[in-house]
Design a protein around this ligand. Structure first.
Ligand code: CP
Ligand code: NVA
Length: 304
């Protein structure tokens, strides 16, 4: 593994290796055992969109690993004035040891990886959110002890989260049921990938059908960053695509609920269900830190 650009690029073995290391790093953190694998290293963090969890967990994670993190707001970099990402990649590769980028186009992340000579980590694009899904898989495994054979249900927009969850969950042997309205399906590349799993994947329009017998339910905002202008139209399109008491009734009695956050209460999830599952959701947020530390150690530490 040279970069983390999207879930599709990771093998099942790599995903499990990241999750195992993340568990170890979490244990060490909780027991005060220092792990300074990135001492003297610097991570550049380029943000073209807002962030709470990604920014703080990467910065803190880097600090805990003995390294340093630079917050680079795209609007204050020359990238914001039109300097090509290809040049930014080659310049930053001379100064720092890795780049985490949150942006719109997946091609920008792929270009950084192609032109730079340091590891690139996707901190969210319109297409994918691999760091989040690694933390999600880690959290589900913590609660359910294993992943293989679990029924995962996602209700809502076929966005970056739906894309990465579909690929990640299928790769680790979970059954994936998505409920997305017409016109808001996941990316065609993801649907193409899912064709390899005809017995383990379904995309339907009825949230009740997708939630039947679920072990874990996911949802995400109806309008992602960059889609604020479509918010009203989306509110109409996604009416009923909500995790609520009725949905929870058809899931397994011990089903868990996950949300990458930020959440819009009474839109994609009711306040009641959110608060009933708040521990699981905030464990998921915490696990961003541990999963990303694992990714950074695997990508950025000296191998010998
Ligand atoms: N879930 C997530 O990526 O959160 P932020 O947008 O706050 O980074
Ligand atoms: N789908 C959301 C995820 C935020 C973490 C967005 O892209 O805004």
């Amino acid at each position: 593994m040279k970069h983390l650009l999207k879930m599709m690029d990771l093998s099942t073995e790599e995903i499990l290796e990241i999750l195992n290391l993340a568990d170890q790093l979490k244990y060490e953190q909780e027991h005060g055992i220092p792990h300074k694998a990135l001492s003297g290293k610097t991570l550049g963090m380029i943000f073209q969109k807002a962030s709470t969890r990604t920014r703080v967990s990467f910065e803190t994670g880097m600090y805990q690993l003995g390294g340093n993190a630079l917050f680079l707001s795209a609007s204050e970099l020359q990238i914001g004035r039109g300097e090509p990402v290809q040049d930014t990649a080659r310049v930053l590769s001379r100064y720092i040891n890795g780049i985490m980028i949150r942006t719109f186009e997946q091609s920008e992340v792929e270009n950084l990886a192609e032109y730079g000579s340091i590891p690139i980590i996707n901190g969210l694009t319109d297409l994918s959110h691999p760091c989040q899904v690694l933390a999600d898989l880690m959290t589900v495994r913590e609660y359910k002890n294993n992943l293989e054979g679990l029924n995962m249900c996602y209700i809502g927009d076929g966005n970056n989260m739906a894309n990465s969850l579909t690929v990640g969950c299928l790769k680790v042997g979970m059954n994936v049921s998505l409920a997305c309205p017409e016109g808001y399906h996941p990316a065609s590349t993801v649907l193409e990938f899912a064709k390899q799993y005809p017995d383990n994947f379904k995309l339907v329009s009825d949230p009740m059908e997708a939630a039947a017998d679920a072990d874990v339910l996911f949802t995400d905002v109806w309008a992602s960053m960059g889609q604020e202008g479509e918010a009203e139209q989306r509110k109409a399109a996604f009416k009923g695509y909500q995790i609520n008491d009725e949905i929870m009734k058809v899931a397994k009695p011990d089903a868990m609920v996950q949300h990458c956050l930020p959440a819009h209460r009474e839109e994609e999830i009711t306040t009641k269900v959110f608060e009933q599952h708040a521990n699981q959701i905030f464990d998921e947020a915490e696990n961003r830190l541990h999963a990303q530390k694992a990714v950074m150690v695997m990508l950025m530490s000296d191998k010998d």
